[in-house]
Design a protein around this ligand. Structure first.
Ligand SMILES: [Zn+2]
Length: 439
């Protein structure tokens, strides 16, 4: 590729010593800032003997203690509702979000005017240019506007950037499809599983989705955007180019896919990214899988320092054909460090199974993985349940065979499938409960 839209190209092209200098300057500033404003960080940094001005290289950064999500939860439990890690008083906040809480107590995050209107905007303008969107685009957001950050930030930034925004909340899936077609949306943003569901519904209803003006789809919130089979289905059913998008309530919006489709670019002008071995916590080489650790270098409300995202990534520093030099996460987010397990020599993440189940209507989204004792010669068992008691036996057998085939294709192991009664699997359990080891 030769031509690529770029937001703040001087930052996108920073590399080597110039990038390190830029990041260390911002890091020293952020460390001084959090020491002054956040009792949580004042305590942590003092205990570790960290003096901002001592940060002279990335080796020094490794002396700084990590921040983990449980500390934030504990802080909010001890001093509800906000805890003591924020750097702003409540009256400066203009927006509040809450993590989804699927792994326990949610964390609440406040954002002030600068973060919501300026920092989020800057981050999403990098995304917008990566996706190749212009102010002529018409963007449809089929999501429920709630406390979960989802598409709130991207939508707000796109309005400011001059795109026409079609809010897709409070509508049935059928109405959403109709509105996408009637209003000539050119870009649709959603989770991969929901966009897959809409596409299947369009196919069943004979709606001409693939011939519609939708030219791009942006997916986030689940694995899928960087899983080849999911992407292929989405691109063909929507007749559109698919872009992956990552970010989180706690740390903000740190990486996007460009039109070269060669991994996700980290916004290194605003984030310090480290990739560490999740066991030894030492840096891994480029091309090796490790946990992504992020420091937010620009945030005013909750700048997190060395935040353990628990996301596993494979980083590359080779310049991309789009012209950006920033770190790329090859294959997107590969899984979660806290729930990965090894079976038959393959690293497996429950999120991969979840991603596959999202595409199978006959099964509910609940599942368990039963890992046999090593050397027993038994297969990994995926325990699933029908979506309802109404699913026929022949449909279940077809769905089971599809699940086996898809797991074999994507994960390269052949599982056994155990189908239990509809509604009998435990609900709302932590992610780790999905994995049961034979003792
Ligand atoms: Zn690129």
């Amino acid at each position: 590729m030769t031509q690529s839209m770029m937001w703040r190209p001087e930052q996108e092209r920073l590399s080597g010593q110039a990038l390190t200098d830029h990041q260390l300057d911002l890091l020293r500033e952020r460390l001084a800032y959090v020491s002054e404003r956040s009792p949580f960080y004042r305590r942590k940094l003092k205990e570790a003997g960290i003096v901002p001005q001592d940060m002279q290289s990335l080796d020094d950064v490794r002396r700084i203690p990590f921040t983990v999500k449980d500390e934030m939860k504990d802080s909010q439990a001890a001093a509800p509702p906000w805890g003591d890690f924020h750097c702003i008083p409540q009256d400066e906040a203009v927006r509040v979000f809450q993590t989804s809480g699927t792994t326990g107590r949610p964390v609440r995050i406040m954002l002030n005017r600068t973060d919501w209107h300026e920092n989020y905007y800057q981050q999403f303008m990098h995304y917008r240019c990566g996706y190749g969107l212009t102010e002529k685009d018409i963007a449809f957001f089929p999501f429920n506007y709630g406390l979960y950050v989802a598409w709130w930030g991207f939508q707000t930034a796109m309005e400011k950037a001059g795109l026409m925004v079609l809010p897709g909340g409070g509508q049935s899936s059928k109405d959403r499809l109709r509105n996408i077609l009637d209003w000539n949306a050119t870009v649709v943003c959603g989770t991969p599983s929901y966009l897959q569901y809409l596409a299947e519904m369009a196919i069943k209803s004979g709606l001409p989705l693939a011939e519609s003006p939708v030219k791009r789809i942006v997916v986030a919130g689940e694995p899928g955007g960087s899983i080849p089979a999911t992407r292929k289905f989405l691109e063909s059913a929507w007749g559109a180019e698919c872009f992956d998008d990552v970010g989180s309530t706690e740390i903000g919006n740190f990486a996007f896919e460009c039109q070269a489709h060669d991994g996700l670019h980290v916004i290194e002008g605003m984030y310090l990214a480290e990739v560490l071995d999740p066991e030894t916590l030492m840096p891994v080489e480029d091309g090796e899988v490790g946990e992504l650790i992020l420091t937010n270098l620009c945030c005013e409300s909750t700048p997190l320092i060395r935040y353990r995202t628990r996301d596993l990534v494979r980083a590359s520093r080779k310049p991309c054909s789009c012209g950006r030099h920033s770190m790329r996460l090859e294959g997107g987010i590969l899984g979660r460090s806290d729930d990965m397990f090894q079976f038959a020599g393959v690293n497996i993440f429950p999120s991969q199974i979840q991603g596959i189940l999202h595409g199978i209507d006959e099964f509910s989204q609940e599942f368990q993985l039963l890992i046999p004792r090593q050397g027993s010669g038994k297969r990994l068992i995926i325990r699933v349940e029908p979506m309802s008691e109404q699913v026929s036996e022949s449909d279940l057998i077809r769905a089971r065979d599809y699940l086996i085939e898809t797991v074999r294709y994507r994960i390269t192991i052949t599982p056994d499938i155990e189908i239990v009664e509809a509604g009998s699997l435990p609900r709302s359990e932590g992610k780790s409960k999905r994995v049961i080891r034979e003792s």
